[in-house]
Design a binder for this molecule. Sequence first.
Ligand SMILES: [Cu+2]
Length: 188
Amino acid sequence: MTRVSSFCIAVLLTAIALPSIAHDYREGEVEIAHPWSRPTPPGIMMGVGYMTIHNTGDSDIVLKSLETPRAARVSIHESMRKDGIMRMRPLEDGLTIPAGGSVELKPLSYHLMLEKLKKPLKVGERIPLTLKFNNAQVMEVELSVDSMEAGQEEQGASGDHGTMDPENMDHEGMDHGSKGHQGMKHDH
Ligand SMILES: [Cu+2]
């Protein structure tokens, strides 16, 4: 009995130490794998949301709208490179997940923007999120607020606003590509 309970405690501690532990949801033909977000510093009113949505059904589905009690609005964006610059564009018609296919929402690609956050998102929190689809059931998931880099929470909190501000985060990639080369001179 003593052995069992100490084993349970060990399992519990492991779970607490790994906030990014995978969590999946399934509703009918739709699977959502590891919905996650990033912590936001005070004063930043915008958060992000990422996940993989898999459609195991025979017909396409469309993610049309989302809601969370933690933000005034949730929109679906796509980051894309245009004229060498990373831009974000809202997907007004929703995000299609093809029959038998999957779409990954991830940094520098499709992502959710949680707009007008009511308070900052903190590492370890679970943020309730409702997803509404065309052609599929409503789903309730929780975004796991993962540290910027697993095991390096302190570093993430101390600065590097470029990766913490979701707007700048998506724009960060552009400077390396375009400026870096244009500014280079070959004098010899
Ligand atoms: Cu965006």
